[in-house]
Design a protein around this ligand. Structure first.
Ligand SMILES: [Zn+2]
Length: 550
């Protein structure tokens, strides 16, 4: 095909660091490198609350403007680059005007005209004229928008002349996940250097984050991991961390200005009406110098400008925080903090359970830092899912193991260096038939051979005696006992560790697996001399019986 080799798609996006599906990347544009995740503040081609060059001073290297509105404002042949028209020397992305079609139902231009215009004004990143699905329950309409957008993509490929511009291929389908699948598969086959997920603006305005999670992860299932993904209109700092964790690399939003015009003050945890503010919980250039009363007394235009500058600072700060979290391997922790900003955001986290294997595929195997475990929602995190999955699928007991001691882990880490564990090992040192398996929140069973594997000893757990967590751990332990089929299972520990229900569950599982189960010690100090003596005597009695039998 004629356009096959024209885009520099293999060199466009470099992934530097990863966590969950999120990544820190470098997007190579003809006007410089853009570090992702990145939010393009959307500016009007002509009317600015905050000038594009002031936006740059706040820390934004790139802005987005609307090609359709620019064409209206500057004429069909402005004779200048968009950078000059905006008085901005950073990277400029242009949207085609498709959103205006969605909102106002049609614009008086053709795709060829809008592509040619974006080429004339030398956009660095530009979008073809797609047909957004929007928030609709009309299936026929959604099908039509997907079909038309794919046709437009093919037409665009034939019509584009400037291949140093990073052209964006939009994915449509809206709430219809089968259509998002179809659209993603087809768009991924085409040679657009950037893909974008369309239609989320209205979905986000309605706080439909559950649906958004499904849309993004359906799209990510079908596009190549090497592709940068733009989320059209991804607008509020409270959802950036979630969207980045799902694999969105780029966002664009005019919300800093829209919220400012409506007297809204953004924070990473939500929006506050300016009239409700008594204090300014921020230390940006505006909030450091002024107090609430100063801003309240400003004439309207000056107040809107102050709020817009603050809002931009909050967005910029949140993106830096997200990048630092990816760097530390703590993006999940940040997503969970932000999820508590709003119930709709929080409930969307539950949707991730369906995509655990996708999250695991993308996540790094080891990290610079350990992980935190707070409650049952953290079972979604890939590190825990991965350990448990591999334990059940891949772990086999050492060849001669016949007796498994189930015991909570020692109190000091690394476990192998713990004095109590050393004492216990002395008791069983000659016994090749004895296998030690720790049992703990959140992992459940941890064979001693794996106890130093990441992230076991690097996990910090909140001991809250959460019932759901306890049930989950018990479930994983019974599954493990079922799978390994050890001849004898010895429980060693107190009633804080082995609840009556747990003992009954294990006994039942052992019966089904035709294993014997016994309790060697049931008291407060499972590492005491007395407990060790009892363990020794239990093991010897098993040995004696075994020897008698043989
Ligand atoms: Zn501020």
């Amino acid at each position: 095909m004629r356009h096959e080799s024209l885009f520099r798609k293999d060199h466009v996006f470099e992934i530097r660091e990863k966590d969950l599906l999120g990544r820190i990347g470098k997007l190579h544009t003809k006007n410089g490198i853009l570090e992702t995740p990145y939010l393009f503040p959307v500016v009007h081609p002509k009317h600015h609350i905050v000038l594009p060059k002031e936006i740059q001073e706040i820390g934004f290297q790139a802005v987005m403007t609307n090609a359709f509105l620019a064409r209206k404002a500057f004429g069909t042949d402005p004779g200048k680059k968009i950078h000059e028209l905006l008085d901005f020397n950073g990277i400029v992305a242009t949207d085609s005007g498709a959103y205006q079609i969605l909102i106002y139902g049609g614009i008086e231009t053709t795709q060829t005209e809008i592509i040619r215009f974006q080429e004339q004004i030398r956009s660095d990143i530009a979008v073809i004229l797609d047909v957004p699905t929007g928030l609709t329950n009309n299936r026929a309409h959604a099908e039509k928008t997907v079909k038309l957008t794919l046709q437009r993509a093919d037409q665009a490929m034939e019509c584009i002349l400037e291949h140093d511009i990073l052209w964006v291929g939009p994915i449509q389908g809206g709430l219809n996940l089968d259509l998002v699948t179809k659209s993603s598969k087809h768009m991924d086959e085409k040679n657009f250097p950037i893909l974008a997920l369309g239609s989320p603006t209205q979905i986000m305005e309605q706080y439909m984050y559950r649906q958004l999670v499904n849309m993004i992860l359906t799209c990510k299932t079908w596009i190549k991991p090497s592709r940068p993904l733009h989320l059209f209109g991804g607008g509020h700092p409270s959802m950036f961390a979630l969207a980045v964790s799902l694999g969105c690399d780029l966002f664009d939003s005019a919300s800093y200005a829209i919220f400012a015009r409506n007297n809204r003050y953004l924070t990473p945890n939500g929006t506050i009406r300016f009239e409700d503010l008594e204090y300014l919980p921020c230390s940006c250039s505006i909030c450091r110098k002024l107090d609430v009363k100063d801003i309240r007394d400003f004439p309207k235009e000056k107040r809107v400008r102050a709020l817009a500058i603050h809002n931009l600072n909050v967005c910029s700060g949140e993106l830096r925080r997200i990048k630092q979290s990816i760097h530390e391997g703590r993006l999940w922790e940040l997503v969970m903090q932000r999820a508590r900003a709003h119930p709709r955001l929080f409930e969307s986290i539950y949707e991730l359970r369906k995509y655990r294997s996708l999250l695991e595929n993308y996540s790094p195997f080891s990290k610079k830092k350990g992980i935190f475990f707070f409650d049952q929602l953290d079972y979604i995190r890939p590190e825990i899912y991965r350990f448990r999955k591999r334990l059940i699928e891949e772990f086999t007991l050492p060849a001669k193991s016949k007796i498994m001691i189930l015991i909570p882990p020692p109190l000091t880490k690394p476990y192998e260096m713990d004095k109590n564990l050393k004492k216990m090992k002395e008791i069983i040192k000659e016994r090749k038939d004895v296998h030690i398996c720790f049992y703990d929140v959140p992992y459940g069973p941890i064979p001693i051979e794996l106890s130093d594997v990441y992230p076991i000893t690097q996990t910090e757990t909140a001991n809250t005696d959460n019932l759901l967590v306890r049930l989950d751990v018990e479930e994983s332990l019974t599954q493990y006992v079922k799978k390994i089929k050890c001849k004898t299972v010895v429980l060693h520990g107190s009633d804080q560790v082995w609840s009556r229900e747990m003992v009954l569950k294990l006994r039942k599982q052992c019966q089904q697996a035709k294993s014997k189960m016994c309790i060697s010690y049931y008291g407060d100090d499972m590492w005491s001399k007395d407990a060790m003596l009892k363990l020794n005597s239990t093991l010897n009695s098993r040995k004696t019986k075994r020897e008698k039998r043989s």
